[in-house]
Design a protein around this ligand. Sequence first.
Ligand SMILES: NC(=O)C1=CN([C@@H]2O[C@H](COP(=O)(O)OP(=O)(O)OC[C@H]3O[C@@H](n4cnc5c(N)ncnc54)[C@H](OP(=O)(O)O)[C@@H]3O)[C@@H](O)[C@H]2O)[C@@H](O)CC1
Ligand SMILES: Nc1ncnc2c1ncn2[C@@H]1O[C@H](COP(=O)(O)OP(=O)(O)O)[C@@H](O)[C@H]1O
Ligand SMILES: [K+]
Length: 514
Amino acid sequence: MKIFTAQQIREADAYTISQTPISSLDLMEKAAIACTAWICRHYSEDTPVYIFCGMGNNGGDGLAITRLLRNRGYDAHAYVLHHSSKTSADHTANRQALQQQYPSAIHDIPENGLLPRPDAHALIIDAILGTGLSRPAEGWTAAIIDQLNELKAAHHIVAIDIPSGLQADASSLHTPVIKADQTLSFEFYKLAFLLPENAGYVGEICILPIDLSPDYIAQTPSRFNITDTVQIKNIYRPRKPFSHKGTFGHALLIAGSEGKIGAAVLSAKACLRAGVGLLSCHIPKCGYEIMQISAPGAMCFIDDQKDHSSSFHNHIPNAAAAAKYKTIGIGPGLGTAAGTCWAFEKLLDHYQQPMVIDADALNILGGSPALLDKVPAGSILTPHPKEFERLFGKTANDMERLQVLSDHAVKRHLHILLKGRYTAMAFPDGSIWFNTTGNPGMATGGSGDVLTGILTSLLAQGYPPEEAMLMGVWLHGRSGDHAAAECSEEAMIAEDIVEFLGKSFLQLRKDHSC
Ligand SMILES: NC(=O)C1=CN([C@@H]2O[C@H](COP(=O)(O)OP(=O)(O)OC[C@H]3O[C@@H](n4cnc5c(N)ncnc54)[C@H](OP(=O)(O)O)[C@@H]3O)[C@@H](O)[C@H]2O)[C@@H](O)CC1
Ligand SMILES: Nc1ncnc2c1ncn2[C@@H]1O[C@H](COP(=O)(O)OP(=O)(O)O)[C@@H](O)[C@H]1O
Ligand SMILES: [K+]
């Protein structure tokens, strides 16, 4: 699914109006009908509804919603805030329609006027500012936002299209923004919804289709996108009947150190469960029995060292030897001992195929820019926010961090995924894809190690890195969702994500039964 900028959404609007029989007022009516239906599904008829409307089309939506809620028997009132002397045509048309049917439902609040005090249990609808926001809210507008936010403890706030004050495509850090419990947005996710710094403003998100031109959507490129199940189903390659373990690649996993062998085990189990043909794990001596017992499907190389690994580079003594392993996954629980850093550098001297780099391997790269330059093109890097900061430095806000993420992916020809609620996956072509599967139950030690195993497995099976990244992150989140559904977000642990990988794969299969 594409994420369009506010400018592109305006163009989609204009295109739809000019190329189809749908008028701009029809679009507003469709948007209002969809919002009203959602509100009626979630709040009973006896809920008083206070709809705060701005002077533009977002306010127009609010006026139309007021009329439609009244038609359904709700005690809905529109409070029109005169923050601007200009009014949009569709705002005016909807004001007239409301005035005609329900004149007592309109309340004008002049600039610097006072807001009404909502009844107990009233629902507050924020239709003040939408994607037409041209600058951060200040003065009276900022004061209104602050006052409505103070009501949040006692009232639900539903934002129409985007919480007022939130910029769709730029950071809104340190500016006044409505803190909505729910955002009902039209046709597209806005980029701002996916950034952790806006989590307190957006609340739950529901995207409502309003029939914008499918032609415009198809032909307009977007830098930011969201992965969906259909796309992952198209990436997924079912196994052919005559395939054998050689078909699905041999992966080398370099992970674990004393006290963190569990990370290596989780990665190995995930790698096997995600379908790799053969897996060899390089681990320090202290992990040998643990690994053999926990993951009998994996072969083991034991390092000379007891508590960390420092000789794994010997598997790739020259460029020709690299062919033995379709890919390498390195990092979970690896530690950053001097010998490990040294061996990692030696490994990168000869291994030039795309690999998966995670956790301590990223921390090692963070301490050595020269080493980062040696990472094979096409590799997948999997930092969480702290590892990202160690790798690429601090950023002022989440928008800037996305830019830095993308810049490094382009400059170094890497696939870099920044983990989080909506993991952001940056591609060498400058595009960024967001994943929406997954849940807070995955905020538990070892979840990331599982992801590394999955990605390593998919690369070994011959999925190109871009497909491995999209599919691996989707599978990881979907398996976490299955685990949460089965045993709760609280009780699920990283191993459960591995256990439910099978159910996620089954979801990707097309039914070919005769
Ligand atoms: N395709 C779709 O998705 C559809 C979208 N639709 C809806 O249209 C919405 C976009 O409407 P829009 O373009 O009229 O802009 P909107 O957000 O109402 O704000 C503009 C007004 O705010 C003002 N203003 C701006 N910044 C300000 C500030 N900081 N502080 C104070 N004032 C500020 C600005 O006046 P200014 O002072 O800048 O001259 C102007 O008066 C969209 O979010 C969705 O709800 C649906 O109706 C149908 C299909
Ligand atoms: N709230 C959340 N919603 C969705 N996914 C989450 C959430 N919290 C964590 N995750 C996922 O869980 C994984 C955690 O990885 P990481 O922080 O590296 O864990 P660890 O280092 O313990 O293995 C990431 O893939 C992340 O996207
Ligand atoms: K709004």
